[in-house]
Design a protein around this ligand. Structure first.
Ligand code: HSE
Length: 412
């Protein structure tokens, strides 16, 4: 095994925004002691910033090259990333990945593979770019119970919301800017539909609570349908709309996870997290509140997180998943959430079956009230289909006895 003094040979799989960011950092700072020895990419005809001779076109060749000390997987394709990373771990290798969709889907198997074959998988770059949130949860807060972990985990949607909310931009040009700056996923629906922060919330739940979730279990509502009425409504409350992932321990010890637009008050540290920045508020039983903020997207910030993982690997660090025990909390969805729903579709309001309505403005086309989380999960596609927009107020309560889970009619 390489010592502190040796240069580690990196096999880099993928040369997109993150791969190039890492490469550039290591070129600028050779004293970090990491050498990109081989780079594998899929497409031999795509124009690259380096000569073609520097690339391999078969990632498997890197997997089977024993001269490489660490593999860094930063490709887009989650299925292929899982094949490569799981094979590397089966060989007991040391791997760094930034692939949040792959991790969210396969974390239990990847943890097991590390335990079976003695390999190491680190993935700080997968959540909140440059913010060291996974190591903070896994190592520092490994022993302390957490009340909640609440964060803005997606830079692109936060960028669009900032440009629209405070800077008067329209949705489409703001999204185009986020794409041009390299913040957005290849398929920006993952950002704007809150699928990307949902993957990140699933990863955080494993470290914060020892609870493995399947992505589909977690409510994710995005901002594709946001319009000026919603932003004006938030302004009347003196709040900003942010896409916030909330992991919370309930009084009965179970945990819940939600990834939705939220009205954020100026008192919250998340209120001032703008543009591509991410922020995470940890509420720990004994430490109290801690807030981490930093760049959540972009080649250099994300490459910086990969660099931090490489340095940690050199020191023999691995995640311990300290909260992953036989008594890890179970996942709760039997809750009601207070939401603002902007729609002119009575069928949607009926389908959501509000248990309590506190405000209804027909002329502006919105309703504020409580709905069962199970109903929101069930009608998620309808919200999208009807061009409606949902923002949580932040209030959550146990399911009332009167709430019934509606079966949707075929016509909806
Ligand atoms: N598309 C992601 C974002 C990149 O906007 O946050 C960083 O994970």
């Amino acid at each position: 095994m390489a010592t502190d003094k040796q240069t580690l040979r990196i096999g880099l799989i993928g040369f997109g925004c993150v791969g190039q960011g890492l490469y550039d950092i290591l070129q600028q700072r050779p004293e970090t002691g990491f050498e990109v020895a081989r780079i594998a990419v899929k497409n031999p005809t795509k124009p690259r910033s380096l000569p073609l001779s520097q690339f391999d076109f078969h990632a498997d060749d890197l997997l089977h090259d024993p001269s490489l000390d660490v593999l860094v997987e930063v490709i887009d394709d989650a299925a292929e990333a899982f094949r490569l990373v799981s094979e590397a771990l089966r060989q007991g290798r040391r791997v760094v990945t930034a692939n949040k969709a792959m991790l969210a889907r396969h974390l239990p198997e990847l943890v097991q593979l590390q335990r079976q074959a003695g390999g190491t998988l680190l993935y700080e770059a997968a959540v909140c770019g440059s913010i060291p949130i996974i190591r903070t949860l896994d190592a520092y807060f490994g022993a302390e119970p957490l009340r909640s972990v609440t964060g803005i985990l997606n830079g692109s949607s936060n960028y669009v919301l900032t440009r629209m909310g405070e800077e008067g931009s329209d949705y489409a040009p703001a999204l185009a800017e986020a794409q041009a700056k390299g913040f957005a996923e290849t398929d920006p629906t993952l950002d704007m539909g809150a699928f990307d922060p949902r993957s990140k919330a699933v990863i955080l739940a494993a470290h914060a609570y020892g609870t493995f979730l399947q992505p589909e279990e977690v409510l994710n509502l995005g901002i594709e349908q946001i319009n000026a009425v919603d932003i004006a409504f938030a302004a009347t409350l003196g709040r900003k709309i942010k896409v916030v992932a909330g992991l919370q321990r309930l009084p009965d010890g179970r945990v819940t996870a939600l990834v939705t637009p939220l009205f954020v008050a100026p008192e919250s540290p998340l209120y001032s997290v703008d543009h591509e920045f991410n922020g995470v508020l940890i509420e720990a039983d004994f430490a109290g509140e801690q807030f981490l903020q930093g760049r959540g997207a972009g080649g250099h910030p994300t490459g910086s997180a990969v660099l931090a993982d490489l340095a940690a690997i050199r020191q023999g660090y691995s995640y311990h998943y300290p909260k992953l025990t036989t008594s890890s909390p179970t996942y709760a969805t039997d809750l009601e959430l207070e939401i603002y729903l902007r729609t002119d579709e009575d069928r949607l309001i009926d389908a959501l079956d509000f248990t309590e309505i506190s405000e209804e403005a027909d002329e502006d086309g919105y309703v504020v009230g409580y709905v069962a989380l199970s109903n929101l999960l069930r009608v998620k596609e309808l919200i999208q289909k009807f061009g409606a927009f949902v923002v949580r107020t932040g209030a959550v309560r146990p399911l009332t006895a009167t709430t019934s889970a509606l079966e949707l009619e075929e016509s909806l």
